[in-house]
Design a protein around this ligand. Structure first.
Ligand SMILES: Cc1ncc(COP(=O)(O)O)c(C=O)c1O
Length: 375
């Protein structure tokens, strides 16, 4: 067995069933979905079916789904769009220190334009303090953006509770669900969500396509300007084949997701147990239970995560990014109070439905052998 892929949070392989659904929209049904002729109408039908499939998965209206170029574009659109459309009502946004850079960087940009941003801290398990969030709301707060589940450690935030507070205070609530769609149940209505980010490639859909759910009545200044695609909410000819793929991925998540996730979680937990049964000095980064079912971020104290991955031929992500001369601990681990040494030895393993039992056992054994059986 060669290289083992345990990096599903970075991206997942395309599901064959998704690919088969997309192919006719890359060939015969190639037209622009805005065109009035029959070619365009065929593409439009596929697009509308996909919109329904996304809406069904997260329980919103199809008219509330806007197709985008992925998670980054959806997140940028919300932060910049709400900042523009609600500027006259206030200049304060609340988010967290552990958001994806597509949120953090937009917020930092807004700071230079006179906005005030509260970056909420997290505890050592990666969760925010909801009381602190509530206390941070002022009469100038126009948006709260808190991710559902963190991409590095998998920690889940109490979204329903946050949404309840936002609603009580009359503040819009956006959540980045790029990592949780298809892995956790999401219900826009019962979770009090106003806006939500989806990225297809994190759950077996194609790359470069995503969605932004914007609930009825919310005014969001469009990020891309041009022709009136997506009801004038997102310019640019829609990637119909991509949207159809996203729709199919949503349908599969809706119909088969629970059993897939149960299997993925069992595999992840088995991997964790094999490692901790044999190795000392391994600690979990992230919440022990309130965590994405496919995610396991471990610090191998005294090890260099990068060297460990190279030696074991495992494809996973590091807790410290490479810069030209040094290794910088990730902002997420730093916010959680993980020491620089533990961050250097941190590896995020993320599992998916194509991860086999053999790969799990083999990967765990390679790590144990390389780190040294020291228990
Ligand atoms: C939490 C989160 N938000 C947003 C994104 C960006 O999504 P995309 O790669 O589709 O732009 C990612 C991707 O890693 C993510 O993990």
């Amino acid at each position: 067995m060669d290289n083992i892929y345990l990096d599903y949070n970075a991206t997942s392989p395309l599901d064959k069933e998704v690919l088969d659904t997309m192919l006719p929209y890359l060939t015969d049904n190639f037209a622009n979905a805005m065109s009035f002729h029959s070619f365009g109408q065929r593409a439009a039908q596929g697009l509308e079916q996909a919109r329904n499939q996304v809406a069904t998965l997260v329980n919103c209206q199809p008219s509330e789904v806007i197709f985008t170029g992925g998670g980054t574009e959806s997140n940028n659109s919300v932060i910049r769009g709400i900042a523009r459309s609600r500027r006259s009502l206030g200049n304060h946004i609340i988010t967290t220190q552990i958001e994806h850079p597509s949120i953090i960087k937009c917020c930092k940009e807004l700071e230079t334009e006179g906005f005030e941003i509260t970056f909420l801290p997290v505890n050592s398990l990666g969760q925010i303090n909801v009381d602190l969030l509530e206390k941070s709301i002022t009469n100038k707060t126009i948006l709260i953006s808190v991710m559902h589940a963190n991409n590095e450690v998998g920690t889940i935030q109490p979204i329903t509770e946050i949404g309840e507070i936002a609603r009580k205070k009359g503040v819009y609530f956006h959540t980045d669900t790029a990592q949780s769609v298809g892995k956790l149940p999401i219900d826009v209505q019962t979770m009090n969500i106003d806006m939500l980010t989806v990225a297809a490639h994190k759950f077996y859909g194609p790359k470069g396509i995503g969605a932004l759910v914007v609930c009825e009545g919310i005014e969001l200044t469009p990020y891309l300007l041009g022709a009136g695609h997506e009801g004038g909410r997102r310019a640019g000819t829609v990637n119909v084949a991509g949207a159809v793929g996203l729709g199919k991925a949503c349908e599969i998540a809706k119909t088969k997701g629970e059993s897939i996730i149960a299997k993925v979680k069992a595999g992840r937990d088995r991997f964790h147990k094999i490692i901790t049964d044999s190795l000392n000095n391994v600690s979990l980064n992230g919440h022990p239970t309130e965590r994405l079912p496919n995610t396991l971020n471990l610090s191998f104290r005294g090890c260099d995560g990068q060297k460990l991955l190279i030696a074991t031929d495992i494809a996973a992500s590091l807790g410290a990014a490479c810069h030209t001369t040094s290794r910088q601990p990730s902002a997420v681990l730093t916010a959680m109070g993980v020491t620089a040494e533990d961050a250097l030895g941190a590896i995020r393993f993320s599992f998916g439905k194509f991860t086999s039992d053999e790969q799990i056992i083999e990967a765990a054994n390679r790590i144990i052998k390389t780190v040294g059986n020291n228990k």
